[in-house]
Design a protein around this ligand. Structure first.
Ligand code: CA
Length: 433
């Protein structure tokens, strides 16, 4: 599991601004290379710096009115964990394809396990649908994607991890706030330095809640007066349902669905920044995968095409945005929606995402550089395949009479190689320039 940073971190007031900020770097972290950050300082200096930082964090915790005994015992016990910084600095070598992402997360074994566990826990899950509006298969899907149904909750010491990250300049304030929330969880008797375990970035329990989400949304459902997201499934499911409900989940609605786009579809209309009433998409000729008209519901929807015109297309509704409020990644949200459908008895996607080669930073930079030379505006040549690069590619595709989907498939790369200045060699998968 990677990039927990944004997931379920939640603070009010000001969460909207935070969310926008979060969106910014989640966009960078997820499936796209991030800018290189300076390596940490040598060990001794680092240790002194860390101790000084912990002292400052203690002052901050006291200023935030956290119990002095908690501050002393918990922050008195923390250690610097170099591995956490290593994981934080990890540079993705490739841009993950939707084919690989989905294949790794929604496979037959996970679907089968999900179906079995849905039955097993149905009595626990059904009342949550009544109360919070979230259908059982979604809760099981989140559970499956977050921790493989509770089989891997993470074994890192959360207070150590959060302190290490709070003392690192890259995202200090975010993790400082999460650390304060973690201390408040200790105050509340949820866990302590020895028992608060999770991911390297501080996500905890069956549903991988960050401390801020734990504090705000975790509920006790089994009546022991303690919200225990590690050991109590009633608590974990209820807390997840509560969180999704608070994110704005719309009862009785789907996340979206796979659709079929009409020939000649204008891919400039694809993307979550384009919202249209479902009736408008119907009018444009989009059907369900069997060719039937889309349901006549008063919904606003976006079309997304995560792997270009040869891959599956989807319309997504408001609940898709809710899933992205949990984890700001389109791939993740599609995986949750599709896994939920499969667990609920649904079939495979009608179009298998094409197994294109993963893009390297260098390939994207080459495309960006070449597009810039050809007079297109891609913004900075940063190796990140963002909105402007996509638009520029679409414009070039259109000018050449190719399908203008703005997607760098193997086929598109081949077409580009034929018309753009040569790519520095070698840049394809498995090779470093
Ligand atoms: Ca409980």
């Amino acid at each position: 599991m990677k990039s927990y940073d944004c997931k379920m971190a939640w603070r009010l007031p000001g969460w909207v601004a935070w969310g926008v900020l979060c969106l910014g770097w989640a966009g960078l972290l997820r499936a796209e290379p991030v800018a290189v950050t300076p390596a940490p300082a040598p060990e001794a200096a680092q240790q002194a710096e860390f101790s000084q930082c912990v002292a400052q964090l203690q002052q901050r915790a006291l200023a935030e009115a956290i119990d002095p005994r908690v501050v002393e015992t918990q922050l008195g016990a923390v250690s610097y964990v170099a591995r956490v910084i290593e994981l934080d600095r990890r540079q993705p070598e490739f841009t993950e394809t939707f084919h690989n992402y989905l294949g790794q997360r929604v496979n037959e074994q996970r679907i089968e396990t999900g179906r079995r566990l849905l039955k097993q826990h149905y009595d626990l899950l059904l009342p949550l649908t009544r109360q919070y509006g979230i259908p059982p298969q979604y809760l099981v899907a989140f559970w499956g994607l977050e921790t493989n149904f509770g089989s891997y909750l993470g074994k890192m010491n959360v207070l150590d991890s959060l302190t290490t990250l709070a003392c690192d300049p890259r995202r200090s304030e975010f993790f400082t706030q999460e650390l304060m929330e973690a201390l408040r969880l200790v105050e509340a008797g949820v866990a302590d330095h020895g028992t608060m375990l999770g991911s390297w970035a501080g996500a905890m329990g069956n549903m991988q809640f960050m401390p801020s989400a734990y504090r705000r949304f975790a509920l006790d459902a089994d009546g022991d007066n303690k919200a225990d997201l590690w050991n109590s499934l009633p608590d974990a499911f209820t807390s997840a349902a509560h969180f999704l409900n608070q994110l704005g989940w719309e009862r009785n609605l789907r996340w979206g669905r796979e659709v079929r786009l009409p020939p000649g579809f204008d891919y400039a209309l694809a993307g979550r920044d384009v919202h249209k009433p479902l009736s408008e998409w119907r009018r444009l000729g989009i059907t369900d995968v069997a060719g039937n008209r889309l349901p006549d519901l008063p919904l606003t929807a976006s079309v997304i095409v995560p792997s270009g015109h040869r891959g599956p297309a989807f319309v997504v509704y408001r609940n898709f945005d809710v899933i992205m409020g949990w984890n700001r990644s389109e791939y993740y949200a599609l995986a949750v929606g599709h896994l939920a459908d499969r667990i609920n008895g649904g079939g495979e996607l009608s179009v298998t995402p094409p197994n294109d080669e993963r893009l390297t930073l260098a390939t994207v930079q080459w495309v960006q550089g070449a597009l810039t030379q050809a007079g297109y505006d891609v913004g900075p040549v940063d190796g990140i395949f963002g909105t402007r690069t996509k638009r520029a590619l679409r414009d070039l595709q259109k000018s050449r009479g190719w399908v203008a989907d703005g997607y760098l498939s193997d086929e598109t790369l081949e077409q580009l190689r034929a018309v753009l200045p040569a790519e520095p060699t070698p840049t394809r998968s498995g090779e470093q320039p």
